[in-house]
Structures are given as C-alpha cells and as structure tokens.
Design a protein around this ligand. Structure first.
Ligand SMILES: [Zn+2]
Ligand SMILES: [Zn+2]
Length: 253
C-alpha cells in the first residue's frame, strides 16, 4: 500500500547501534530506498550520545559515501534530546551546520539542562506512574516543552512521540502541523499509537514511518509502523517518506 522510499531514523556504532554507516547504507540500497538518514543519539545522552569531536569525521565519511553511490542519498542527522522544560535541546548553534536533518525526542538517559529541569522533566516523569496525582499537569508541561523545542530549533521530525514521556497528542500535532514538523510512527517502539495517529491526521500533522534501526538489517524495516498507519487510515500522501507525499509542507527534502 505505501511505497516508502526513505528511512529517516537509523543508528550506528557512533551511538549504540551495531553497524557502521556504510552497513546501514548497504542495507538501505538493497531494500531499494532512495534516502537514508544516519541519526545517532544527541550529545547529551549519557553513555550513548555521539561525541561532538567526531562530527567532522562523520560528515566527511557521509560525503564520501554520497560520492560513491549514485543510487541513494545519505543524510547526516541526529536524534537530539529534549532536556529542558523551556524547550532546550542538546544542540548548540554551531552544531547545526553539520546536519541535513534533525530529529528530536525525549530519552530518560539524557542529561537535564539544569537541576530544575532534572526535577521537572525527568524525575517527575519517572515518578508519575507511581504517583498518579498531578499526571495531567505533567502531561501539559511535557507537551509545552516539546512545542517550545520545535519552535526554537529547526527540528524536522519528533521521534516516537508519547513513548517514554506522556504528551497531549492533539496539542503537539497542532504545533507540528504549523511548523511542518513530522510526527514519527516508530516501527520499533510502536509510538505513535493508532489512536494518536488518528488525532495527528485530524490536525493535519505530517507523518513519517521510520525503522529506528539499531542493527543494519533493520534499516528499512517498517512493518510494525505500516500496520499502525494502516489501522489509523493513513494515506500514502500523508507520509513524508512515501513516494506519494503531497501534503503542503515545504521544508521537506
Ligand atoms: Zn529514540
Ligand atoms: Zn532512535
């Protein structure tokens, strides 16, 4: 039903993936993709984050592979971390020039922007399943933090919205639609869920199905995401990585 031509979310050994950049590219080519993005974890992820010092090296490697292969475009991206309630993300202005695409998501293993953010965005979310009081307030705080982040930074995709952190999908989808930011249907995590995708469709947010591959063989592996999209009534033209994508948003490559 969907002809997906790009996988905009894949990891390599530069964070905690198993393969090299070239391994991911080879699999993407074998599966007939026209674009693949290398999106390792942002600098602020404890243990997994890529090292800023390696950026030049990674960029050069990707440029070389682009010269080598005429049948696929390789993008350098990053899966940046939301680290503050005012929408802070673990990216600096000077980092931006390296990237063709930016994903942003919440990960528990990221280093908070400040002690206050550690308390409000990390600790409280961690505790909220145990202490349900205040959950709705927390959900709004999380959602506003994400919205501020996409308004502050040139984010293209929000990775796995709703996984690891509770969000108000409708509010986020409204803001994403306005900014032309795609909400991800993640084929590994299963977020967005079917219900969330339906809401995102109503708000006309662009959508994308990504593999979030951590092993080369999983690059271009979209089945779980396709199943969610199908059940939610997503049409190929809603997906920024489908051949048929037609919906409005400029910023899309
Ligand atoms: Zn992630
Ligand atoms: Zn990821």
């Amino acid at each position: 039903m969907y002809k997906l031509i790009a996988d905009y979310h894949t990891h390599t050994v530069y964070s905690h993936g198993k393969g090299t950049i070239q391994d991911n590219v080879e699999v993407a080519r074998r599966k007939g993709l026209k674009k693949v993005a290398i999106t390792d974890h942002g600098f602020g992820h404890i243990g997994y984050g890529i090292s800023r010092k390696k950026l030049t090296q990674i960029r050069t490697q990707i440029n070389r592979l682009n010269d080598k292969y005429g049948d696929i475009e390789i993008l350098l991206g990053i899966e940046a971390n939301l680290v503050g309630i005012n929408g802070q993300v673990d990216l600096l202005e000077k980092d931006l020039k390296y990237f063709d695409i930016i994903l942003m998501g919440f990960h528990k293993g990221a280093k908070p922007h400040s002690v206050k953010d550690g308390f409000n965005l990390f600790l409280k979310n961690f505790l909220s399943p145990i202490y349900p009081a205040g959950r709705e307030k927390q959900r709004q705080l999380n959602t506003q933090a994400m919205i501020k982040a996409i308004n502050r930074y040139p984010v293209n995709i929000i990775s796995h919205p709703g996984a690891k952190i509770d969000i108000d999908t409708r509010e986020l989808a409204k803001a994403a639609a306005k900014r032309g930011v795609a909400l991800e249907i993640n084929a590994s995590h299963g977020f967005l869920t079917v219900d969330y995708v339906k809401i995102a469709l109503e708000e006309k947010a662009p959508l994308v199905i990504n593999s979030d591959a951590h092993r080369p063989d999983d690059v271009g592996e979209f089945s779980k995401g396709i199943d969610i999209a199908n059940r939610a009534g997503v049409k190929p033209e809603h997906l920024v990585n489908s051949r048929e994508y037609t919906v409005l948003n400029q910023g899309w490559r």
